[in-house]
Design a protein around this ligand. Structure first.
Ligand SMILES: [Zn+2]
Length: 326
């Protein structure tokens, strides 16, 4: 029997609230086959585990390989975990998952080593090994979305912290007594630059009577604007949208400057939908970072958009396996 180290293929898994995606790669990270299944987030942990196993099975078949040739599977999972023990303590997408054992049944069914980590930590590993961070040894990653997630890699290793809860950059305090955050505290970066905060910022300007191409008709609910629409309108010159992006970028820039000042990384990677918005985001973001980061640390640090897009999760899962086995 082949030892895990000698097996040529690896599986990366990206578990989300809607879908679970699995990819089989070779050791250089070339994707050879994929599988995707609905994650059945509302149907309990056993149903989701079956979907994960199914997605892995489809990816292995699609790659034209056999499960006996797979060295291991690595998985990004939203939420807080005891990742070494395979336990999900809490997940925003899977509401009844409290202290559930996620990995043991998958290991048992497939007969291969299976590893997991927080989804953004794992995405950071993907960017580190295969994406924007290939040439650096330390990086901080932020993902901008409904929430703001973080991942920290120092000296080539993911930083988990004492209780597997490091890198919660979204909950670093940017404005004491600021808006309430999803965590129940006030003024976290996420409460100022997460999806709802961006929408609210644009909606308030429109409510104050500002003209904007974001407005559709009289009865249209303002809260249905999306960050993607705001980013698009900003790129087309809409002033309300430009201000909204600029204010959002300012807060993200403060969060990044704090991370640079604390960790002195070689790179900060910004991912998530609106990271693709171009100058309307990146102009004010970089100006803020330049103003607030310590000069020596700032000079040593590139601040760049993520490269892998939707592949960051599966490629991070692959990296998790490579690091665990080697
Ligand atoms: Zn918070």
């Amino acid at each position: 029997m082949l030892h895990a180290l000698d097996k040529p293929y690896i599986v990366g898994v990206d578990l989300g609230g809607t879908n679970v995606r699995a990819a089989v790669t070779d050791r250089d990270g070339k994707i050879l086959g994929e599988g995707r299944e609905p994650s059945l987030a509302q149907e309990g942990v056993d149903a989701t585990i079956q979907q994960i196993i199914k997605a892995i099975g489809s990816a292995v078949t699609d790659a034209g390989v056999d499960i006996s040739q797979i060295a291991g599977a690595g998985m990004g999972v939203p939420g807080s975990h005891k990742s070494k023990e395979g336990i999900v303590l809490w997940s925003p997408n899977f509401k009844d998952w409290h202290g559930v054992q996620l990995l043991a049944p998958i290991r048992e069914e497939l007969g291969i080593p299976v590893f997991m980590g927080n989804d953004v930590n794992v995405a950071a590993l993907g960017e580190f090994n295969f994406g924007a961070g290939r040439d650096v040894n330390s990086l901080v990653m932020l993902t901008l979305g409904t929430g703001i997630g973080g991942g920290i890699i120092l000296d080539g290793k993911l930083v988990l912290g004492s209780t597997d809860a490091a890198a919660e950059i979204g909950h670093s305090i940017i404005m004491p007594n600021g808006p309430e955050c999803s965590c129940g505290r006030h003024g976290c970066l996420e409460s100022l630059a997460g999806k709802d905060a961006i929408i609210e910022r644009a909606a308030r300007k429109i409510q104050m009577g500002r003209k904007s191409t974001l407005i559709r008709d009289e009865d249209w609910p303002l809260w249905e604007i999306t960050p993607a629409e705001i980013a698009q309108a900003a790129q087309e010159g809409d002033e309300v949208a430009i201000e909204t992006m600029s204010e959002t970028a300012y807060y993200v820039g403060i969060g990044i400057a704090n991370a640079i000042n604390v960790l002195n990384p070689e790179m900060v990677i910004v991912g998530g939908g609106i990271s693709l918005a171009g100058d309307v985001l990146w102009g004010p973001l970089l100006r803020t970072v330049n103003a607030l980061a310590l000069t020596r640390s700032r000079r040593a640090c590139q601040v760049v958009p993520a490269k892998l897009g939707d592949d960051a999760g599966v490629m991070g899962g692959v990296t998790l396996v490579l690091q665990e086995l080697e």
